[in-house]
Design a protein around this ligand. Structure first.
Ligand code: SF4
Ligand code: SF4
Length: 128
């Protein structure tokens, strides 16, 4: 399951993610990192059996934690199966089936927003 972490500025330089990994033994994958001098935001992928403990530990450290239940919204009615999203998605979320219809493997999404901008029919949206 994916978690969105927001680190306030006073926590910014602490190694909290490393500490949580050591404390839980969770094999955390960092899908996306948006970090600058004053704040940090990560999207991490956590094994389901560890997600509650990982979220709890980050919260105890003062990190804002949000579970991402939905990653990308696809309006299938609007979609014309042009394949533009397949070309741009860095993680291979979109695929053609044998009938050349697009389908999604949503769990691969890292919410980079690239496909949203590329879709000519505005059939895609990142979900907040
Ligand atoms: S870019 Fe948009 S219209 Fe084209 S296949 Fe993807 S979702 Fe459908
Ligand atoms: S936001 Fe779109 S382009 Fe980015 S990883 Fe998710 S599905 Fe792929």
């Amino acid at each position: 399951m994916k978690l969105q972490l927001r680190f306030p500025s006073h926590l910014h330089e602490m190694p909290h993610t490393a500490e949580v990994i050591l404390e839980t033994g969770a094999r955390i994958n960092i899908d996306r990192a948006n970090v600058d001098a004053v704040r940090g935001e990560l999207i991490i992928d956590v094994p389901r059996d560890k997600v509650e403990r990982v979220a709890e530990l980050f919260r105890e450290k003062g990190v804002e934690v949000r579970k991402l239940m939905k990653l990308i919204a696809w309006d299938e009615e609007r979609c014309i199966h042009c394949g533009a999203c397949i070309s741009v998605c860095p993680t291979g979320v979109f695929k053609f089936n044998p009938s050349w219809k697009v389908y999604l493997e949503e769990e691969k999404c890292i919410r980079c927003d690239v496909c949203v901008k590329a879709c000519p029919l505005s059939a895609l949206a990142c979900v907040d």
